[in-house]
Write a protein that binds this ligand. Structure first.
Ligand SMILES: [Zn+2]
Length: 125
């Protein structure tokens, strides 16, 4: 939300009477006129909280590189390892690991970190 007078972005807008015209303005500009309505901080706080939580959940997962399957496969070949051996070492099923290496399943962070360590690769940007 922006103050109609100075244009500053704020989550608290006051409805004020400034020289006869009603405007939604920021706290600072509200002092220039007569306050008709106080901002409903409860609602805007909840919105802000929701927004922060949304942003946090969106940023929670680190971004895995898009060519992770190629990186994994190349390293596997380079290290002369077999997927079945790797699966046993990681405690995951071979078919699951094949899907990861085939780029059909994105490994979860826990697995990806183990793969990074064993194959000495970087899977995250
Ligand atoms: Zn203002």
């Amino acid at each position: 939300m922006n103050c109609e007078l100075c244009g500053v972005t704020t989550d608290k807008l006051y409805l004020v009477d400034i020289e006869g015209s009603k405007m939604y303005v920021c706290e600072k500009c509200a002092k220039l006129g007569k306050i008709i309505e106080m901002p409903s901080t409860k609602i805007s706080n909840e919105n802000a909280k929701e927004k922060i939580e949304k942003e946090l959940s969106e940023n929670a997962e680190p971004l895995i590189r898009s060519d992770y399957a190629k990186v994994l496969t190349d390293s596997l070949v380079h290290k002369k390892l077999k997927i079945e051996d790797l699966a046993r070492r990681l405690g995951v099923s071979e078919s699951y690991l094949r899907k990861v290496f085939g780029g059909r399943i994105v490994p979860d962070e826990n697995l990806a970190k183990k793969l990074e360590k064993i194959l000495e690769v970087e899977l995250y940007y």
